[in-house]
Design a protein around this ligand. Structure first.
Ligand SMILES: [Zn+2]
Length: 153
């Protein structure tokens, strides 16, 4: 069984407790090791990612602590192949659904697959995550976040 290291735990600070509890449970039963590469994100960082083309929205779930990015860790290095994320994503979604929580996986997005990305659903967590300021800053129509997994971060 695996557990999160100090870095992953620190990345979970400020993330919604429901999402944290799902991730902590997932790592304890996951057949492969994974870590958290990003949780809560500042507006400055989000602007930077949009500028760099790594995200297409200022309405990211990361800004409100409703999203995390993971990285799968195998043979002492992070792996980014899409297929590696499928079983872990299924596990995370199943743990969520046991708790009555819908987890949206970036790998399920049609236009822009984001395998490391997991977020609480907009439908179930809509009230607390949308502020008028964020809405006015939204760039695209799509409410979800669309970063490119970066191999060097
Ligand atoms: Zn993300």
């Amino acid at each position: 069984m695996y557990t999160f290291g100090k870095t992953s735990m620190s990345k979970l600070k400020g993330v919604h407790e429901d999402l944290v509890s799902i991730m902590v449970e997932a790592i304890s039963v996951s057949p492969v090791d994974f870590g958290i590469s990003e949780g809560l994100r500042t507006k400055e960082r989000q602007r930077e990612l949009v500028r760099e083309g790594k995200s297409q929205t200022m309405n990211s779930r990361h800004l409100t602590g409703h999203a995390v990015d993971i990285f799968i860790y195998k043979d002492k290095k992070a792996v980014w192949e899409f297929d590696e994320y499928i079983p872990v994503a299924n596990l995370i979604k199943a743990i969520g659904s046991d708790k009555g929580i819908t987890i949206e996986w970036g790998g399920d997005w049609e236009t822009f697959k984001d395998a490391p990305h997991f977020q609480l659903s907009w439908n179930e967590y809509v009230e607390e995550s949308k502020t008028p300021e964020e809405e006015s800053e939204s760039i695209g129509e799509r409410p979800s976040d669309t970063e490119v997994p970066s191999e060097d971060s």
